[in-house]
Write a protein that binds this ligand. Structure first.
Ligand code: PNS
Length: 159
């Protein structure tokens, strides 16, 4: 059985992320979506909310499990028996960052990274873009899974 990990800060999980996870779910027997802290980024949504959003977004994908994890991604992959990390790449900036990450993770453990090029129609969608839409109270249709919208609305009411 081939397992992969799709890691990210997923703050929040977008339709672009979902497309990548759907594609990974066709290539691997088991996919873990791992919501992890990026020490370079201050989170907007807490990990529990990010997990709920990713779970409802991936609800139709039977071989996908969403987890939150601390520590090093490479060590998580070893613990889960994963053979690959899967990451989406939208543009040259992503490639440059992800190439460094892949080298670091390969240095830490025998784990390879597989890059999936973003679908062109979704390449402009990012968590940053979604956070801006939320901040300026604009509709999120087409950027997030419809079932995730009520979670965002509930979070906004809390704030
Ligand atoms: O969606 P992001 O912010 O690009 O995801 C980055 C993430 C969470 C995958 C990365 O920061 C990560 O792997 N964090 C876990 C800690 C780790 O393994 N660090 C070593 C690589 S610098």
């Amino acid at each position: 059985m081939k397992t992969c990990v799709v890691p990210g800060s997923f703050d929040p999980f977008t339709i672009g992320h979902l497309d990548m996870v759907e594609r990974a779910a066709k290539m691997f027997d088991k996919v873990y979506v791992a919501i992890m802290a990026n020490s370079e980024k201050k989170g907007t949504f807490d990990l529990a909310t990010r997990k709920k959003i990713a779970e409802v977004s991936c609800g139709d994908l039977k071989n996908v499990t969403v987890i939150t994890a601390e520590g090093l991604l490479a060590e998580l992959c070893v613990a889960l028996g994963a053979v690959a990390i899967v990451k989406g790449v939208r543009n040259v900036a992503d490639y440059s960052y992800e190439a460094d990450m892949a080298d670091i993770n390969r240095h830490l453990a025998p784990i390879d990274t597989v890059w999936l090029p973003a679908r062109p129609s979704l390449a402009f969608i990012s968590s940053t873009f979604v956070r801006e839409l939320i901040k300026y109270e604009r509709p999120l249709d087409g950027a997030m899974h419809p079932d995730a919208l009520h979670i965002i609305e509930a979070e906004m009411i809390k704030k």
